[in-house]
Design a protein around this ligand. Structure first.
Ligand SMILES: Cc1cc2nc3c(=O)[nH]c(=O)nc-3n(C[C@H](O)[C@H](O)[C@H](O)COP(=O)(O)O)c2cc1C
Length: 172
């Protein structure tokens, strides 16, 4: 896939069919995640790979926008380390960059993926912290649900998002 084409054709995918993504493929996805930019190159991200059916079912029961998680079969909890970040808040910027890299890595592999929000919802954060036994200094940012796209499902191409009026040259 051409790089620019990949950037322009990625969509959130919520239609999956049961299939296991291999550990090697998941590690490759996470390798790409770890090549994201980060403040001072501190790379404060941490990842929890979740595929146990019970855990997936519990996430679905708790998080209202993850109804497709069991069909997908796996997810990555993207976290940031507040003890490693450069400045307060950089765990969010840096874990977000890693999250986006995961979405593109999945797209490049022909896998479906969607960024499910955790931060900044305090209740969501607390639930994931407890459920996945995160240490005090590790904060959950997003949950990327990913897997084999349902056979026959074709994501619609994004409508034009380019809005020249959002570009301000030299000054607002
Ligand atoms: C911070 C954030 C939180 C999101 N949370 C969810 C979510 O909980 N569930 C979901 O299905 N999609 C979620 N999305 C995906 C957005 O709905 C999606 O990116 C947006 O509609 C644009 O569509 P696209 O990704 O296909 O371009 C989230 C995206 C972001 C960036």
């Amino acid at each position: 896939m051409d790089f620019k084409e990949g950037l322009l054709t990625r969509r959130s995918i919520r239609k999956f069919e049961k299939s296991t993504v291999s550990q090697a493929e998941i590690e490759d996805i996470l390798k790409i995640a770890m090549y994201a930019p980060s403040a001072k190159n501190l790379q404060p991200w941490e990842f929890v790979v979740i595929s146990e059916p019970k855990a997936l079912a519990e996430i679905k029961a708790f998080h209202p926008y993850t109804s497709f998680i069991e069909e997908a079969g796996q997810a990555i909890l993207v976290c940031g380390d507040v003890a490693v970040q450069h400045k307060e808040g950089n765990w969010v910027t840096d874990a977000s960059a890693a999250t986006q890299n995961i979405l593109y890595a999945c797209h490049e592999k022909g896998l479906g993926a969607v960024w499910c929000g955790i931060f900044p919802d305090a209740d969501f954060m607390t639930w994931f912290e407890k459920k996945f036994e995160l240490p005090e200094h590790i904060k959950p940012l997003s949950l990327v649900i990913f897997g084999k796209i349902e056979t026959g499902f074709e994501a619609r191409q994004p409508s034009t998002r380019f809005k020249p009026e959002k570009i301000h040259w030299q000054k607002w």
